[in-house]
Design a protein around this ligand. Structure first.
Ligand code: NAP
Ligand code: F7E
Length: 333
């Protein structure tokens, strides 16, 4: 009996938070997974190979068109997930040109690599678009949250670069008939989140405070609100977008928004502290030249058409992150 052909996926940004979740998810679904790793000596490689021995790594860079074409020739993928980016909003203000090159123009290079190597247009392309394209101002925020038709107003070099990636993806779909889609994802976090992002910075610090390894946390603005979900839930949504009959763009979000103060409150409660204020100092170094005030997403379209829904809620997310960091930090004692 003929066996079903094993599907192949190529992931850029494989060493990032979502790259790890997606590699695991696709491997469990029986995919052969290829991942792009950059740099002549990437310090993340050794740990990555130990955790994901089944991923075939290819050396390439989103700013190097020929390396992406080479990656297409080696992997011959059915699906390409473009997760690679300069993804830290604060850092993008300090390195705006690099952000434009990687997070913006890198999308074009990946699309061109597909177009040039896949004349039959069989490859399906996922672009990691973001709620940062909306900007979170009062005037453009619908009551139910941002959906796929909301007005864009990016507030950082990162958001502007991502908007280019969003439009060039749509343009390649409309111009060349490629199956190219954007997932407009609101913040998603978890055990693999980088410690430079506020949620993981808080949960790691809270764990260390509990264990007597640290006295306090230095943060920037505490009032901004985010629609925070769990990264493991969101990679399922990415995959679902590429399994549809027709290419389209979707918002993935929880439909709830919480401030950083709310996050602090739940995280400290997890270690038995009801008042977090004495443990938090504000440092202007962590504030941004322009802030995104409130992000709230409306995932109705994805829920209806993709059958996707987030499983982990806000409290569950904070709990799992604190628990994970307590386990990691305890081992250091
Ligand atoms: P992340 O942890 O910051 O990972 C970013 C990845 O991009 C890393 O693997 C990094 O590789 C890679 N990268 C950086 N520069 C590159 C280059 N020049 N060429 C190739 N790869 C490069 O990000 P994430 O949280 O997993 O997010 C995945 C994607 O979704 C990103 O595009 C992000 O902007 C977008 N997004 C994230 C969220 C969220 O809440 N997490 C929400 C919406 C959209 P190195 O390890 O070598 O640095
Ligand atoms: O900041 C505030 C900061 O860096 C969240 C990326 O994955 O999600 C992420 O972008 C909020 C902001 O994430 C600190 O000013 C206060 O208001 O964790 P963050 P982000 O900027 O929302 C979107 C959807 C993406 O697409 C991005 O790639 O927290 N904040 N104090 C702080 N933020 C950080 N990082 N560090 C602080 O000390």
């Amino acid at each position: 009996m003929a066996t079903k052909k094993q599907k192949k996926a190529l992931i850029t940004g494989i060493t990032g938070q979502d790259g790890g979740h997606l590699a695991e998810f696709l491997h469990q679904k029986g995919y052969q997974v290829f991942g792009i790793i950059r740099g002549q000596h990437n310090p993340k490689k050794e740990k990555f190979v130990a955790e994901f021995p089944y991923v075939n790594l290819i050396e390439a860079d989103l700013t190097d068109q020929s390396s992406l074409i080479n990656a297409m020739h080696i992997s011959k993928p059915d699906e390409v997930y473009n997760l690679g980016a300069i993804s830290h909003v604060g850092y993008s203000f300090k390195n705006p040109q690099l952000t434009a090159d990687v997070t913006g123009r890198g999308v074009l290079y990946m699309l061109e690599a597909i177009r040039l190597t896949d004349p039959e247009k069989k490859v399906r392309f996922y672009q990691a678009s973001t709620s940062e394209m909306f900007g979170g101002k009062d005037y453009n925020r619908p009551d139910k949250g941002y959906n796929e038709n909301a007005i864009f107003h990016p507030r950082s070099p990162y958001g502007v670069a991502k908007l280019y990636g969003y439009w060039i993806t749509k343009n390649y779909r409309e111009s060349y008939g490629m199956f190219a889609v954007s997932g407009i994802l609101f913040n998603h976090e978890g055990e693999r989140r980088g410690t430079e992002f506020v949620t993981r910075k808080i949960t790691k610090s809270v764990a260390r405070i509990k264990l007597g390894l640290q006295d306090d946390i230095e943060l920037g603005d505490l009032w901004p609100k985010r629609d925070w979900g769990y990264a493991g839930d969101y990679v399922d949504g990415m995959w679902r977008m590429l399994q549809q009959d027709k290419p389209d763009d979707y918002v993935l979000a929880t439909g709830e928004t919480h401030s950083i103060e709310d996050f602090l409150s739940v995280a400290f409660q997890e270690i038995g502290i009801d008042d977090w204020h004495p443990y938090v100092k504000q440092n202007p170094a962590f504030m941004r030249p322009a802030e995104v005030d409130v992000l709230l997403g409306d995932p109705s379209k994805a829920e209806k058409e993709l059958g996707w829904k987030r499983k982990v809620d806000f409290r569950g997310l904070v709990k799992l992150m604190v628990k994970n960091d307590l386990a990691i930090e305890s081992e250091k004692i």
